[in-house]
Design a protein around this ligand. Structure first.
Ligand SMILES: [Zn+2]
Length: 181
């Protein structure tokens, strides 16, 4: 079992569109295993490869004990119905905001062996499919909020311990020993 550290908001990998998987090889199967192990350890609904720092179009899901993965997903909406409800992200820990999503979503893609699969989701699974596919495009759930809610979400993010810790790491310890003078 390999649990891998999850990249947090502020990491550029979360803003980079991921590449389609071309080789359905051993490395891909290791990535899928890492995604599922890490997701189960963290207890989330879904986890996309960029959240582990890997720029490939793969995500894992664990919704109502349905555990799986999909490679190169393409999402379709069978109808216009919408849902409201709180949404969070393992890359934005501790921040949950009501986020409007489509109620039904179908993801078409492949399993780790390259066999075509279809993931038919409603409710939470549909929300997961939309959230994780967004990750593969460098999109985060806070981008789906209206301006006011997004502003509040950013305020909540800035108030978290992990965001503050991330900023501290970026400050150079030698900033005050420059060549001035
Ligand atoms: Zn997420």
């Amino acid at each position: 079992m390999t649990v891998t550290p999850i990249r947090l908001f502020g990491d550029p990998v979360l803003r980079s569109p991921a590449d389609p998987v071309v080789d359905f090889d051993k490395e891909l199967r290791r990535l899928v295993a890492d995604l599922i192990d890490t997701l189960r350890d963290e207890g989330g609904a879904g986890l996309a490869a960029p959240q582990l720092g890997v720029g490939l179009r793969v995500f894992a899901f664990d919704v109502d004990d349905v555990v799986g993965h999909i490679v190169n997903p393409v999402v379709e909406f069978p109808d216009e119905e919408e849902q409201e409800g709180p949404e969070g992200c393992l890359s934005i820990p501790g921040v949950y905001v009501d986020t409007k999503r489509r109620l039904n979503a179908v993801a078409k893609g492949f399993d780790e062996h390259g066999e075509p699969i279809q993931l038919v989701g409603t409710g939470m699974m549909a929300r997961c499919v939309q959230h994780e596919t967004d990750h593969l495009d460098g999109v985060l759930f806070i981008d789906r909020l209206d301006a006011k809610a997004r502003k509040e979400a950013m305020k909540a993010i800035r108030a978290t311990d992990w965001y503050e810790a991330g900023l501290t790491i970026k400050v150079s310890p030698h900033a005050s020993s420059g060549k001035a003078g």
